[in-house]
Ligand binder design. Structure first.
Ligand code: NAP
Length: 260
């Protein structure tokens, strides 16, 4: 199936590794021009070079902390200056720290709001003037947006906010021919998930391997997903092949979520 992504311009946030990198790789493999960002200048440039070498697609890597409004605008502006427009926008950021409600103070809540909700608002606002009919936005949230996860109070709340934003924008942007969808990762094999499994191990006094085994036991497909499996879902939703899909939340979780 041709996804129709050849030469399209994609902005992929928080993509030097992990899920964002997986989506960037899938888009580049389909021939899209891909601009990625992450905080580490060295990390993001190395990732861009790797993606370009692996896929042959034009890839640029720009240092940008998604909590910095000016840096976000500069990333969008640099990309548009080079390639003229934005056809696909992947909204992503690092995850907030784990913790119970009683362990969290105002600074934790403010930081999570800025990292996981306000950054999405700002990035979409910055990119929208460059997006036309046929373009698409996809957010990465979490299974926690639908089924709150123990010890992840910050994520549970902020992801639900982004899911509400996606549904709102799907309505508001439909008349402009712009689609907006949301990806709900369950447990894909990334550094973030390894950190969460270590956190669980520390809290429960068990080993990392035991914590990992318990997590995998809750996944019907019996393993963590790969970033390439996640990337394929992201590239599809961002592509013209998904032209009648908007306002959807797609779970990529190996069957982990229990809700119908
Ligand atoms: P990851 O492996 O830790 O990768 C995070 C990526 O984001 C890195 O490229 C990192 O690069 C970049 N990043 C982090 N903070 C940033 C910031 N403030 N500004 C710009 N870039 C930033 O994480 P992941 O597993 O891919 O997770 C991506 C998102 O999905 C997170 O919000 C996570 O909580 C959520 N999620 C993931 C899973 C999963 O199964 N993996 C499940 C549920 C939810 P730098 O360090 O260079 O900035």
């Amino acid at each position: 199936m041709d996804l129709g992504l050849k030469d399209r311009v994609a902005l992929v946030a928080a993509a030097s590794k992990g899920l964002g990198y997986g989506v960037a790789r899938a888009l580049a493999a389909e021939g899209a021009r891909v601009s990625i960002c992450s905080r580490s200048a060295e990390g993001v440039r190395a990732a861009a070079d790797r993606l370009a070498a692996e896929t042959g697609a034009p890839v640029m890597g720009i240092a940008c902390d998604v909590t910095d409004a000016a840096a976000l605008q500069a990333w969008v502006d640099q990309t548009v200056a080079a390639w003229g427009r934005v056809d696909a926008l992947l909204v992503n950021a690092g995850g907030p720290p784990a913790g119970l409600f009683v362990e969290l103070n105002d600074a934790h809540w403010q930081a999570a709001f800025e990292l996981n909700l306000l950054s999405a608002v700002r990035l979409i606002r910055a990119a929208l003037p460059h997006m036309g009919p046929g373009s698409a936005i996809v957010t990465i949230t979490s299974a926690a947006a639908r089924e709150p996860v123990a010890r992840l109070a910050l994520s549970n709340v902020m992801r639900a906010g982004v899911a509400g934003l996606v549904k709102t924008l799907a309505d508001e942007l439909a008349p402009r021919g712009i689609r907006v969808n949301n990806l709900l990762p369950g447990r894909l094999d990334t550094e973030r998930v390894a950190q969460l499994d270590q956190h669980t191990a520390d809290k429960l006094g068990i080993t990392f391997d035991e914590a990992r085994a318990r997590a995998v036991a809750a996944i019907p497909l019996g393993r963590l997903g790969t970033i390439d499996e996640f990337g394929a879902a992201g590239a599809f939703l961002l592509s013209p092949a998904a032209s009648f899909i908007t306002g959807a939340s797609l779970r990529v979780d190996g069957g982990m979520m229990r809700s119908v």
